[in-house]
Each structure stands twice: as C-alpha cells, then as structure tokens.
Design a protein around this ligand. Structure first.
Ligand SMILES: Nc1ncnc2c1ncn2[C@@H]1O[C@H](COP(=O)(O)OP(=O)(O)O)[C@@H](O)[C@H]1O
Ligand SMILES: [Mg+2]
Length: 236
C-alpha cells in the first residue's frame, strides 16, 4: 500500500504512515475546529517537504485570505507557486438558486479543477468546503455528483481532502449526511474550548488509531499528540 504522508506532526503515526494513495478523505468538524488549517497544511507540506504538487480549492473564502492565513504560519507559498508545486483557486459559485442549471455549472467548475490537476500533475488536492456547493443542488443529486467527481480524481492519481462543516456533535460527520459514505476516510476535528481533539473515524485500506487524540494549533500549524488520549465524555 502506497502512502501519502501528511507531514502533519503526529498524524502519520495515527494512520500507519499516511493516507492510502489516491484515496479521498473527508475532514469534518464544527466551525473553528481547524479544518481549513489542517487541509492547508496537508497541501503545503506536500509541496514544501515532499515536492508533490498540490492545489487548494477554496469555495467559501477569497484566495487572498487563504494566502494571508498561510503567511501567518510563515508558510512561504510564493516560491512554491513559482515552482508550480502549489496553487490556490477560488471556485466561484456566483449564481442564484433559481438558476435552472446550477448543477451543470458546478460540474463545469469541477471539470475545471480536474484540468488544473492535470496541468500541474497535482497529486494532492483540497476542496474547502463541499458544504457550500451542496446547498446549491438537490440532495439526491449531491451524492452521485460528489462521488463522480471524487472518483475522477482518483483516476488522475490525486489524494483529495474535502471539508464539511458540522454542528460540532461527536457523531456528526458531515453537513448533509452523505459525504461520509462517499469518502474513503473520515477525520473528525472537535473543539470544546480550550481543548481540541482529532478522531480517525474511518480509513479504507489501512489500520488506524481508534482513539480520540488531543491537538493544538500553534504558529507552526497543527500539532497532534498521538500518545495522549482524550475521553469521549469530554465532547458534547
Ligand atoms: N497562529 C495560530 N495560532 C493558534 N491558533 C490559531 C492560529 N491561527 C488560527 N488559529 C485557530 O484556528 C482557528 C481557525 O481554524 P480554521 O481552520 O479556519 O477552522 P475551520 O476551517 O474548521 O472553521 C481560529 O479560530 C483559531 O482558534
Ligand atoms: Mg474553514
């Protein structure tokens, strides 16, 4: 089994070496739990540590705010962008819900992402988040479209993280209740102030920790403590 190392401190240890190559992993959690930072760090580490080209697609934020976030961690992205090892794209969803062809437009955007992946030979991709575009299509459409898209990326040799915002409860893994079924892996992030914790809910093709582990967000990004555990009672 080939692995994609996240390079996130402590995480690869919980996953017996990293994500299985070509898998897609849902990163879920309430707001402010660290989903954006976690997924940024995954792409950034890929480019900076392993020379693996990656793309960060932001659906909700401005690409500039993402770049600012990365600067705040002193992750120099300019040089990586010049070397074509890293890029940020904003997926634009500027249309009205009354638009009859919304799902076609989403498919068009997704095809655009696929073409960027091919162009850069990207092996890491983040979609932050899928919650936004799911609100634009009927739920019966969301599951097959998401599946089709993730499947296409798998064929391109991409290991993809996609985020979904939950209400923060311990058994809540996505906004629409379909993302976790489509995903090969699910990582849940929790924040019950002042404590943050992480749980690998599922990861096809590998053994993994089944405990809840504490983590911190520092100026160096996310630091997981793989040897420490948090009691489930600590989560609401
Ligand atoms: N440099 C930093 N040091 C410590 N914590 C930080 C730093 N930057 C951001 N954070 C924490 O991360 C949170 C945002 O994380 P983010 O990944 O944007 O969450 P989500 O995407 O899940 O909403 C902030 O609310 C803050 O608590
Ligand atoms: Mg976010």
């Amino acid at each position: 089994m080939e692995r994609v190392k996240t390079g996130i401190s402590g995480l690869d240890q919980l996953l017996q070496g990293g994500f299985p190559s070509d898998s897609n992993v849902l990163v879920s959690g309430g707001n402010g739990t660290g989903k954006t930072i976690f997924s940024m760090q995954y792409v950034y580490n890929g480019a900076a540590q392993f020379k693996e080209p990656g793309i960060f697609v932001t659906v909700e934020s401005n690409a500039k705010s993402i770049a600012w976030d990365m600067q705040s961690f002193n992750w120099g992205i300019h040089e990586l962008q010049e070397k074509k090892l890293f890029n940020i794209f904003r997926m634009s969803l500027g249309f009205a819900k009354s638009d009859r062809y919304v799902s076609d437009k989403i498919s068009e955007q997704l095809r655009l992402i696929e073409s960027k992946v091919k162009e850069m030979n990207a092996t890491r991709l983040v979609i932050d988040s899928t919650t936004a575009f799911a609100t634009w299509m009927e739920s019966f459409e969301f599951r097959p479209r998401l599946f089709e898209f993730l499947d296409g990326l798998k064929d391109l040799g991409c290991t993809t993280l996609f985020t979904s915002e939950t209400s923060g409860g311990k058994t809540d893994f996505s906004a629409f209740g379909v993302e976790e079924f489509v995903a090969d892996g699910v990582i849940a992030l929790y924040f019950v102030p002042p404590n943050r914790s992480i749980f690998v809910r599922k990861m096809r093709g590998t053994g993994h920790s089944t405990s809840l582990h504490p983590f911190e967000i520092t100026n160096a990004g996310i630091l997981i403590k793989p040897k420490e555990q948090v009691m489930w009672e600590a989560i609401k």
